[in-house]
Design a protein around this ligand. Sequence first.
Ligand code: ADP
Ligand code: ASP
Ligand code: MG
Length: 412
Amino acid sequence: MPILVMKFGGTSVATPDRIRRAAKRVGREVAAGYEVIVIVSAMAGETNKLVGLVDDVAPLYDAREYDAVVSSGENVTAGLMALTLQEMEVPARSWQGWQVPLRTTSAHGAARIEEIPTGNIAAKFAEGMKVAVVAGFQGVSPEGRITTLGRGGSDTTAVAFAAAFGAERCDIYTDVDGVYTTDPRITDKARKLEKIAFEEMLELASLGAKVLQTRSVELAMRYKVRLRVLSSFEDNDENAGTLVCAEEDIMESNVVAGVAYSRDEAKMTLVSVADRPGIAAAIFTPLSEAGVNVDMIVQNISEDGRTDMTFSCPVDQVARAEKAMVEAKAKGEINFHDLVADTDVSKVSVVGIGMRSHAGVAAQMFRALRDEGINIRVITTSEIKISVLIDRKYMELAVQALHDSFGLERAA
Ligand code: ADP
Ligand code: ASP
Ligand code: MG
């Protein structure tokens, strides 16, 4: 029998009614002849609540216990979904990550999937079970501890199951009806894309568009999973939602495919560090050891052998970054006059494969921001994206201005 993976995000399982609605969709696919693997997220808001509890008892927590706590939201929805399906007389049962077992690395809080043995679930399908409901976001480490895959990780669970089971499709049901040119919450001019290339989706996701977790797109690209994003609140036909697919399957596209943002960024500057060989290594090694995800880096021109080094990281990692820098200074590994943290910045990015062959995208982006009086603090570019760091109060305005400037409300 063909296998389908259906993933339901937090808002799609937020209440028993919504779980019933999702279960009905699953029931329809079973009736159409599929064996279904359902991946569920925690009910909306639950994971944030659990993270809050951990922060409350232990701000600098043991990541293994963090995972034990924050993975629990998905256990509840997996059981509830299986029960709901059983009520509808669809043979179903739930699986927690360790029962599959979904094996991951031991990088707690951001573990990577290593293996999904299919035997346990396949055996149940062979016995007549129609739906395996799997708790998303969680796995088990080689040490036998519960791990989580990073925020938004249920998307990755879904794609990984689709790859492991050779599913016909991986459908991601969420609270929007597809991938848009930008977050539809920021501008009502955002336009739903019928298709988006893996590379573009990968960039948008990694630059903040949380509709899909970055790693899920990576896996879909690598294992050629047919990945679709669609609404759990609307009736969908065969062509509903957005298909994430290979570049060559898209006929026409705009130079810029979309605008992404990451709201809670911080910019840190080490003022007056010695400009000598090895200084970048001396700064960024302890940061990486402290688990700080450094993003943009700028080194100023030096004067009298001293320079300023600026980097950005997520705002909730500032305390860790400061601690690492102060310790490195105390050990004599680096020296700086001051450490300045600006925690009121956001990153806004434009993404598009078309940039490979079009000059002038950066200039157009900078003009659009200038016209709104928005100062750019840091810039980075790669082949298919340009990112800027700006004051957070201008974030929405910047996204809207760029969306307008690149004409994204209209299809190519
Ligand atoms: P789920 O709980 O179903 O996993 P998420 O909240 O993780 O849902 O992701 C869906 C949200 O992603 C949407 O509500 C939307 O606000 C946001 N989003 C950000 N960028 C985009 C985009 N380019 N297209 C669609 N949604 C986006
Ligand atoms: N519940 C987890 C989170 O909120 C995983 C997910 O929803 O994908 O991050
Ligand atoms: Mg999500």
